[in-house]
Design a protein around this ligand. Structure first.
Ligand code: FES
Length: 331
């Protein structure tokens, strides 16, 4: 390999333009100060992180529009860490762009291909070793070795079984079924349509048969958001409209993107918002995705009322709840 390093000359590129800081000492000093300020901002952000962690009580909260009440110390830690990394990165980039040496050089690279002599020698060595191992003559050994190696490669596939059921299958089954009562969370009280005012939103769960224990996994899969709007505000086809009751509509609470809890409801716009990656679902159009990475609407639960006016499910979910990133054709 040649170690020669020379000025890079490429007739296809425009003439190299030197930066002001390369020949103007005042510009260089200014750039130096800017880099230092960015690094100091990073240091200050780290101090904010440490201060928030040690001195701000986890009980102190602040109200943020869209996000509701948030812990101040968590905010400080998050902003501090973000600032520390951001400013140190910006400082390094600014330093490299304004002050570091910008001479373009070319270093010769040796050829990767082996010489013809080396390649010929390698082939003859392989043939010679294969001959001494009698692979050519012992076809039984050759075939059985092929079978053994092939099966060894299959064994990791068998172990995949221990990873549990496929996520899609797991999410296909919830505790919702025809006639299941909607109950408040966590009180477990049956709900009437009159319990919900127009504009209200509530999290509900399916009433489980007597003696059945509610597990955390079930709560995650079963959680449903109940929202009431004025019936005339719906923009649904006849079937989906028949799944609502007097302006009350129910959707799975698990985001169809990556499974976060869809927790924010904007009463004005009638949008549900997932806080993880900002997928936004339009309640009036059966939770159609109007923004963000989610690939499909939140599954709608068909509801109605029993003879006493309590809300019940007409049937279970008609599609898997939760993430659908493994479903290539979901749209
Ligand atoms: S998990 Fe909801 S948008 Fe990503």
């Amino acid at each position: 390999m040649s170690n020669s390093v020379e000025r890079f000359v490429d007739p296809g590129l425009p003439e190299h333009v030197h930066r002001k800081a390369d020949f103007d000492e005042r510009a260089a000093k200014r750039a130096e100060r800017q880099v230092a300020i960015l690094f100091l901002l990073s240091a200050a952000s780290t101090v904010l992180t440490i201060y928030s962690y040690i001195f701000i009580s986890p009980k102190s909260e602040i109200f943020l529009p869209l996000f509701g009440n948030q812990q101040v110390n968590n905010l400080g830690i998050g902003l501090g860490l973000a600032g520390a990394l951001f400013f140190i990165g910006m400082g390094a980039i600014h330093w490299a762009k304004t002050l570091m040496d910008d001479t373009e050089v070319v270093a010769e690279r040796h050829e990767f291909r082996s010489s013809d002599e080396d390649r010929a020698e390698f082939v003859s060595t392989i043939k010679e070793r294969a001959g001494t191992a009698q692979l050519g003559r012992r076809s039984l050994i050759k075939r059985s070795l092929g079978v053994a190696l092939g099966l060894v490669g299959l064994s990791p596939l068998v172990l995949l079984r221990d990873l549990g059921p496929l996520p899609k299958k797991q999410l296909e089954t919830t505790d919702w079924a025809k006639g299941t009562y909607l109950v408040s969370d966590p009180q477990g009280r049956r709900i009437k349509a009159s319990d919900l005012e127009v504009g209200a939103v509530a999290q509900v769960l399916p009433e489980l048969p007597e003696g059945t224990e509610r597990t955390l996994e079930n709560i995650g899969k079963d959680a449903v958001l109940l929202i009431r709007i004025r019936p005339e505000e719906f923009n649904l086809d006849a079937e989906r409209l028949s799944w609502t009751h007097e302006g009350i509509i129910a959707f799975s609470k698990i985001c169809s993107h990556m499974g976060c809890a869809v927790a924010l409801y904007e009463q004005q716009t009638k949008h549900l918002l997932c806080p993880c990656h900002q997928s936004t679902f339009d309640v009036t159009r059966a939770a159609k995705v109007i923004f963000g990475p989610a690939a499909r609407p939140l599954p709608q639960l068909a509801i109605t009322v029993d003879s006493e006016g309590y809300l019940v499910a007409q049937q279970g979910f008609t599609e898997p709840v939760g993430p659908s990133f493994w479903e290539r054709n979901s749209a």
